[in-house]
Structures are given as C-alpha cells and as structure tokens.
Ligand binder design. Structure first.
Ligand SMILES: Cc1cc2nc3c(=O)[nH]c(=O)nc-3n(C[C@H](O)[C@H](O)[C@H](O)COP(=O)(O)O)c2cc1C
Length: 201
C-alpha cells in the first residue's frame, strides 16, 4: 500500500513515500537492513555532537525480547504493533557528557536521528511507525535505564501489510489520505503568523 504525500512543492521520493502504517506484512527485516537504519540514525546532526539518542530494538525472531518490548507499549498500540517484525524504543540522554549540564536539545536530536532512520527505511521499502503511547517507567525498569536518560518513544518497523488485517477503526485511518497544514500556517517571515514571502499561494 502507498500513501504518497500530495505535496505543493516537489520533495524527494524517500520523504514523500514515508508514512506510518499500522498493518505490517509478515515478512522479516534482514539484519543488514536493520543495521543500515541505525547507521543512518548514527549520522544525524546533534548539539555538540553529543549523539544523545539510544535505541533498544527487538526482532520477532527473539520471542522473549520481542514480548518484553511489546509490554512497554500502551494497549492501544500493542493491538497493531504486534504485527510488526521489529519493535524499538527511543531514549535520550538528558545531560551533556562533557560537563553534566542539561542538554535542552537531546529530544530534538533523537527526532533528527529518527528522521534519518525513517528516510533510510523508506529507501529500503520499509516503514517506521513512531509511538508516544509507551510505558516509559516500565521500560526503564525492564531495561535498567539509568536515571540520566528518558525513555521517550516507541517504534514499529516492517513492510506495509494488508489494511484488512486491522479492526474497523484502524482500517479506516489506514486508508485515509495523509493531510498536513499548509506551509503558510507554519513558515513565517516578517512577523508571527505572517506567511513567508517566498511561498506561492
Ligand atoms: C513522536 C510521535 C508519537 C506518535 N505516537 C503514536 C502513537 O502512540 N500511536 C499511533 O498509532 N501513532 C503515533 N504516531 C504516528 C502519528 O500519528 C503519525 O505520524 C501522524 O498521524 C502523521 O501520519 P504519517 O506519519 O502517516 O504521515 C506518533 C508519531 C510521532 C512522531
């Protein structure tokens, strides 16, 4: 299934074709491809090159590890994420290693790393569905995450599957077109909410 972005300006195919499925095909992701995704994340920019992101990843083949990770998602996300062959958690280190001071950009930089991972995934025909609906405290306990780190997101990785495998409400949202605010609502120039002059309207 494809849900290519209906863009106002041309963008790279790998960005246009990214979307967040809930139905995943019963097809494993190779170790090589998985390695490429995290390699892409590794090369993200970060404040002071801190690389504050950490990932915990479980493949379906490791049943025990997979179940452990699944248990860190809220029920509503478990319902669909269980179809995905790979599950993961995104974690941030909240302080700079060089001086122990708060890193206010750590969450931003996990986002950048995740965006790189997603672009690489799309290039390989894979999809990544991020989740805020996780149980961070449970995850921190299970994986013994140190206090200096925040368990922030979950994600499911795999090949898109058959929307008919989902329940009615999830199937409906799976088939809905993707929508976005117009650029004029988010890109300003001369003042707040003044659309940037370069935008075509
Ligand atoms: C940080 C973050 C948290 C999200 N949390 C959830 C979630 O808990 N459950 C879910 O089904 N989708 C979740 N999503 C997916 C978004 O709903 C989705 O990205 C958004 O609707 C845009 O759709 P698209 O990714 O297909 O373009 C999350 C996405 C992000 C980036």
């Amino acid at each position: 299934m494809h849900k290519k972005a209906d863009t106002h300006y041309p963008i790279h195919d790998h960005l246009a074709h990214r979307w967040s499925p809930r139905a995943f095909a019963d097809k494993p992701v190779t170790a090589q491809d998985l390695g490429s995704l995290f390699e892409a994340a590794r090369w993200a920019a970060s404040c002071y090159n801190e690389q504050p992101w950490r990932f915990i990843v479980a493949r379906r083949e490791q049943q025990h590890e997979y179940q452990k990770l699944l248990n860190c998602l809220v029920e509503g996300n478990q319902a669909w994420a269980i179809q995905a062959p790979v599950l993961g958690l995104g974690i941030v280190k909240k302080t700079f290693s060089m001086n122990g001071k708060a890193n206010n950009f750590a969450h931003h930089d996990l986002g950048l790393a995740t965006a790189g991972l997603m672009a690489q995934a799309t290039a390989l025909g894979l999809h990544v569905h991020s989740m805020g609906g996780i149980l961070p405290q449970r995850a921190a306990e299970i994986y013994q995450v140190p206090g200096d780190f925040d368990v922030l997101t979950g994600f499911a990785i795999g090949y898109p599957g058959d929307p008919d495998s989902l329940d009615e409400s999830m199937r409906a949202s799976e088939l809905e077109p993707r929508t976005r605010k117009p650029l004029t609502e988010t890109v300003f120039s001369s003042g707040w909410e003044q659309p940037a002059a370069f935008l075509q309207t």
